[in-house]
Design a protein around this ligand. Sequence first.
Ligand code: G3H
Length: 255
Amino acid sequence: ESMKAAFGLSALEQKLADKLQIPEVIVLADDSDEQSWVKRELGRACIDIMGSRLAPGDVVAVAGGTTLASIAEMMVPNDVFSSITFVPARGGLGEDVEIQSNTIVSQMAKRARANYRLLHVPDQLSEETRDSLQLEPGIKELLELIRRPRMVVHGIGEAETMALRRRTEETAVDELKKQEAVAEAFGYYFDKDGRIVHKEQTTGLQLDDLTEEQTVITVAGGASKAEAIAAYMRYRPSDLLITDEGAAQAVLNYA
Ligand code: G3H
């Protein structure tokens, strides 16, 4: 904490928490857009929080992306983790395998010596097939865990960056532009006022499932995500935001 005070990061944390109206913010030094190690620091901070806030037997739903992958990369065992179960938040969203939530979950759990369950449902399914798959006993039971976790850990992306990275069809990208989407999280896209403008059709956690009972931790850094972070927090303020100075300063400067 004294180091933080010296660098003025505590003041930044307070200002950002007030601005975004979220109970708690952790700001780490530097900008993950510029320094790749900052993402690993975000990961380390998230692991500390998980270690101190989880109780034995808890279920943690984990989303995808490079930030979440860096949490998995930094994961170390902790007494409480051995009885935790990690599950993917949602099914595939068209990401490369390395940054899909299933992959992240398995790596995170192995490094933490925790339990995990994976969701094996193809991305591109008709609504009918998805509905009937969800009734399969094994999948149904897993979806119940996924949709009622104790903690949710997720990233936020800038809308167009995410749509392009997921090789979203051109017509859909145009539609997102028309709707002025600026943020993406869990496969949901938001405009600057935090309104959902598009939702990827995939199984797993739906944002409507979240209640006061879940601790939602958002991990997102880099000045390029400032608008996205602000937009998403207007939709639903997370319990905790773990970010970096680059994003924090940019959120405070913007709007
Ligand atoms: O949904 C948000 C994105 O998965 C964030 O991805 O951590 O690679 O920026 P990123």
